[in-house]
Design a protein around this ligand. Structure first.
Ligand code: CO
Length: 208
């Protein structure tokens, strides 16, 4: 148990099952990855990127952190976006939040949470920026609304990166999407905030 043997057993069964269905699957995949999508989502164990959109290995490039935040100076996230856009040539960046996000809840519950409070300041910023939209709501509704507003804000942050803006300036086809996932029923919702050009971003920046 100490060496987590059960996980290796599950891995063996998984890989064997895939090879039985498609003997060349791993050989083909080992030669290259050519995903069309970059997924920026929450680390929450209930929101597994590939499974939610039912895509096999090789189809989704993934970055996850607590509360799916895109911080202007986060070298980790920026490197992922850079690699996805400039090397993998992905066509779509999806920011996917989810209702009931523990990170969002913790950001507005008024209690101290230790080190993570520094990261949650980014969510508190979203709350502050949208004060009028959140005012008067119950704590539960406020959390759900903030989960949505956080997606919109992080879409904006993706669009503000030099990587995405340079791609648009170079005429590269690139769309940035905002989605939200419901952990209670497994359903994804498009928040209709897709941005595909610098002009569109400038026009809509005030709205989102
Ligand atoms: Co979350």
């Amino acid at each position: 148990m100490k060496r987590l043997k059960h996980l290796f057993q599950r891995n063996l069964e998984w890989a064997t099952g895939i090879k039985e269905a498609n003997p060349d699957f791993f050989t083909d995949l080992s030669r290259q990855q050519a995903p069309d999508y970059l997924w920026i989502g929450c680390s929450d164990s209930r929101v597994p990127a590939n499974q939610i959109v039912d895509l096999p290995p090789g189809e989704l490039f993934v970055h996850r952190n607590i509360a799916n935040v895109v911080v202007h100076t986060d070298l980790n996230c920026l490197s992922v976006i850079h690699f996805a856009v400039n090397v993998l040539k992905i066509k779509h960046i999806i920011v996917c939040g989810h209702y009931g996000c523990s990170g969002v809840k913790a950001a507005i519950d008024g209690k101290p949470h230790g080190f993570i409070d520094n990261w949650l300041c980014h969510i508190k910023d979203v709350s502050r920026l949208n004060y009028s939209k959140l005012q008067g709501l119950s704590q539960e509704d406020k959390c759900d609304k903030l989960c949505e507003l956080n997606v919109l804000e992080q879409v904006k942050n993706v669009c503000q990166t030099s990587i995405v803006q340079n791609a648009w300036r170079s005429g590269i086809e690139l769309s940035v999407h905002g989605w939200i996932y419901n952990i209670e029923n497994g359903i994804l919702r498009d928040m209709d905030t897709c941005i595909t050009s610098l002009e569109q971003f400038s026009e809509r920046c005030g709205e989102i």
